[in-house]
Design a binder for this molecule. Structure first.
Ligand code: FES
Length: 146
């Protein structure tokens, strides 16, 4: 597949998540919720995770933001569901490395997240893409401290 076709495919995946977000909403009996803003634009995410026996049983989000931030939140909730917390944090690290243009473990199946790799070329948008992931990390850290 040529680069242009791949770019186009990635764009379609991002727009599909934006227009048809997976896991939109809130979990009533969630283990924790996190509200986080992107300080550069004020866009926000409200994230709820339900964790049992160290496994993410459910993840939902709500909020307002650009297509990249909302698509990334949709993809993040999709991929962490059913994963161990440690695995979810590992994916977050991989995603962060991908956004910073660092080498990352590409043996892991990243699913739709790969569609966001082009965002790394636009530094102003990196905070959009990482907002949901940072919210997830913050929630897990706060939960572990309790
Ligand atoms: Fe606000 Fe992207 S412009 S999160």
């Amino acid at each position: 597949m040529s680069f242009n076709n791949l770019d186009q495919l990635y764009r379609q995946v991002i727009m599909d998540h934006y227009k048809n977000p997976r896991n939109k909403g809130s979990i009533e009996d969630g283990s924790f919720t996190v509200d986080m803003n992107n300080p550069t634009c004020g866009d926000r995410i409200h994230l709820t995770l339900k964790v049992e026996d160290g496994i993410v049983q459910d993840a939902k989000f709500d909020g307002e933001g650009c297509s990249i931030s909302m698509a990334s939140a949709s993809m993040m909730t999709q991929i962490v569901k059913g994963k161990e917390i440690e695995e979810a944090l590992k994916l977050s690290k991989i995603f962060s490395d991908m956004m910073q243009g660092n080498d990352y473990d590409d043996d892991v199946d990243l699913g739709d997240i790969e569609a966001l790799q082009g965002v790394a070329k636009f530094p102003a948008r990196i905070k959009c893409a990482t907002l949901a992931w940072k919210a997830m990390e913050k929630g897990v850290q706060e939960e572990e401290q309790e």
